[in-house]
Design a binder for this molecule. Structure first.
Ligand code: SD4
Length: 340
């Protein structure tokens, strides 16, 4: 339930607080192994992650392998087929974190197909956490990652040409579903040529009880050159604490960064909150800071705890996540949300 004071505040903004008790986006009984990931691309990504987990593999390998599937799919929101920045160049961000608190990330990397694997190399082979831009690319090439052609996918080209007509930077992110959940596969591109989201975040608990997470994105379509969102920022788009739980996010990265979103979710779980309640509290934090402009913002968090309980919460409807905890249990869950 929302606090009364909070409810009044939303009311004064002309917004409605809703509770969707019929939606079950959580489990009270923990599952192990378990992998969950954002959006419907999560289903395919979970399959690859599950292959690792079911054989007793490490959560870290699962979350890398899982999101590589999404990065691979050229006509997708994530990876080199995604929308470019406003100069027409695709730049990618990614982060990864393991059960020992090690982490690595790349931001604004170009022409590299698997930024998540470069992020893992940053974690494992350098004394650093985050490499950006040309330096990140140089490191990737030195590590043997092929430099792909600088070329927009056909769909991205079309969307960019469309965008150039007005060249307006209007980040209305992840609310394109307009509150509808999509359980049947639909084209990644919307009718206007845009994507309906640009990120996959994945978190997993392996058979040994260890947690890891990954997050990879093209950021926001037609962003300013050099813009970096929450996804490669540890504690914003991804956080893992093996004693407690793991969280990742999707949506307007600037708002996630401002509240150190996934770190907040994990700290709330440390205080004893169920993953869903922790995600909800983080969402409420964004809402209380954003005031009347909240209608233009979508952010969704997903989380799992050490016991294998999971949950998610979003500001607005439309956010959904994929959950997998058995060979025949890989399914979409509509996230609960606050603002209607
Ligand atoms: C970003 N959080 O770069 C990402 C965008 C996103 O679905 O999640 N899109 O801000």
């Amino acid at each position: 339930m929302l606090h009364r004071r909070h409810f009044i505040r939303l009311g004064s903004l002309g917004l409605t607080a809703v509770s969707f008790s019929s939606f079950r986006s959580t489990t009270k009984a923990g599952k192990k192994p378990l992998v969950i990931s954002t959006w419907r691309e999560g289903i395919n990504a979970n399959k690859a992650a599950w292959e690792v987990l079911r054989q007793g593999g490490r959560a870290l390998d699962a979350v890398e392998k899982g999101v590589m599937v999404t990065e691979d799919s050229l006509n997708c929101c994530v990876g080199l087929g995604a929308n470019p920045d406003r100069e027409g160049i695709v730049t990618l961000d990614a982060s990864i974190m393991d059960e020992n608190g090690n982490c690595g990330a790349v931001a604004a990397i170009e022409r590299i197909k698997h930024p998540i694997s470069v992020a893992r190399r940053v974690m494992e082979k350098t004394p650093h956490v985050l490499l950006v831009g040309q330096g990140a690319q140089q490191f990737a090439v030195a590590e043997g990652f092929p430099l792909e052609e600088q070329k927009l996918s056909d769909d991205a080209k079309k969307a960019y040409e469309q965008w150039l007509k007005k060249s307006e930077y209007k980040p209305i992110i992840n609310i394109e579903n307009q509150g509808k959940h999509s359980f049947v596969p639909v084209p990644n591109r919307l009718e206007n040529g845009d994507f309906n989201h640009d990120t996959i975040g994945m978190i997993a608990l392996d058979a040994n009880g260890n947690l890891s997470g990954s997050c990879t994105t093209s950021g926001m379509g037609f962003k300013m050159r050099g813009r970096v969102g929450d996804s490669p920022i540890i504690g914003a788009g991804l956080y893992v604490d093996n004693e407690v739980g793991a969280a990742t996010s999707s949506g307007l990265g600037e708002e996630v960064i401002k509240i150190c979103g996934t770190h907040l979710v994990v700290e709330l779980m440390r205080q004893g909150l169920h993953p869903e309640d922790a995600c909800k509290k983080a969402v409420e934090r964004i809402i209380s800071k954003k005031g009347s402009k909240i209608k233009e913002v979508q952010v969704g968090f997903i989380a799992i705890n050490k016991q294998g309980e999971y949950g998610g919460y979003a500001i607005q409807g439309g956010f959904e996540f994929a959950v997998c905890h058995a060979d025949d249990k890989n399914f979409m869950v509509p996230s609960k949300f606050i603002i209607k």
